[in-house]
Design a protein around this ligand. Structure first.
Ligand code: CP
Length: 313
């Protein structure tokens, strides 16, 4: 049976633990061998640096052949649907399709078609970003060694963020205590069952172990108030300033999925502060994506020994 990863809703706490252990094994140098050649295509219909590059690096490190795909020069521009594009690359022999798309839940139609290739969601609109969430869990686990009762604040553009949505769902399922901050109009009701909205960021910061800042997604701002967005005003009310950094407890870490709007969500110098794990998240991303791809290779019976269970404790 094909293995797909499209949403964090697929991930039990045991599955998260498995992915974290596997990513740590790859980080410590574990290697796998393929029994047959495997082919991946990364289909990015929205821009990306981190996710695209780290999936490609992970594919190459695992010995997967990477076929290039450029949305602007593909037959999608002639009106070919995403489903027909996937059927086409399946017919040509691609085993794994890593897809980023602006449409929420674009993957539902692809899953219903029961294609003979695996789908990895690299981000859908404001929906899900499961590989980012897993790399975030690896980063948090490396720091604290557990998730239960950790106090995590997710602050910023909650309305447009797939990272906020998928991280909040996953952290909640793992027993973390969640808080949300940022402009109140961006706190949508689907997040309310997962945690508490705190209007005053200064009151929130002294309580947290993890401060997760979100990028203001200028490309998704649409209403008149949103397009009138004032960066300086946002920074003063919700951004991580040097004064706010001093409010964090000594054990707290700062995360941000990036790209960062320096001087908007966070003071530019604090991106590299000792408490910041922003570049560590990117580093971990490559190993977590190796873990995700390795699980898929195993499900497609493309792995020779060692089987993945031998790599984890
Ligand atoms: N965090 C993240 O998804 O970054 P990219 O858009 O650069 O892939």
């Amino acid at each position: 049976m094909m293995h797909d990863l499209v949403s964090v809703e697929q991930l039990t706490p045991a599955a998260v633990s498995h992915y974290v252990q596997l990513a740590q094994a790859f980080k410590q140098g574990a290697q796998i061998q393929l029994v047959h050649p495997a082919y991946a295509m990364n289909l990015f219909f929205e821009n990306s640096t981190r996710t695209h590059t780290s999936f490609e690096m992970a594919e190459r490190r695992l010995g997967i052949e990477v076929l290039s795909f450029v949305a602007d020069t593909s037959s999608v521009t002639k009106g070919e649907s995403l489903l027909d594009t996937l059927k086409t690359i399946q017919a040509i022999g691609v085993n794994i399709a890593v897809i980023r798309h602006s449409q929420n839940e674009y993957y539902q139609k692809l899953l219903q078609a029961q294609l003979d290739l695996s789908i990895v969601n690299a981000g859908d609109g404001s929906g899900q970003h499961p590989s980012q969430s897993l790399l975030d869990m690896l980063t948090i686990f490396e720091e604290f060694g557990h998730f239960a009762d950790l106090r995590v604040a997710i602050v910023g553009d909650l309305a447009h963020s797939r990272v906020a949505r998928s991280d909040a769902q996953l952290l909640h399922s793992l027993g973390a205590k969640l808080f949300f901050g940022g402009p109140p109009q961006w706190f949508l009701q689907d997040l309310a069952p997962l945690g508490t909205y705190v209007a005053d960021v200064d009151q929130l910061l002294p309580q947290v172990d993890v401060l997760m800042l979100l990028r203001v997604q200028h490309e998704r701002l649409s209403t008149a108030t949103e397009t009138n967005f004032q960066e300086e005003q946002y920074y003063q009310r919700y951004g991580l300033t040097p004064q706010r950094l001093a409010l964090l407890p000594p054990q707290a870490i700062i995360m941000h999925p990036a790209p960062v709007n320096r001087g908007v969500e966070i003071n530019s110098a604090l991106v590299e502060a000792p408490q910041s794990r922003i570049f560590q998240q990117m580093h971990n991303g490559m190993y977590m994506r190796m873990a995700i791809l390795a699980k898929i290779l195993q499900s497609q019976q493309l792995l020779a020994a060692p089987q993945l269970e031998e790599l984890i404790w």
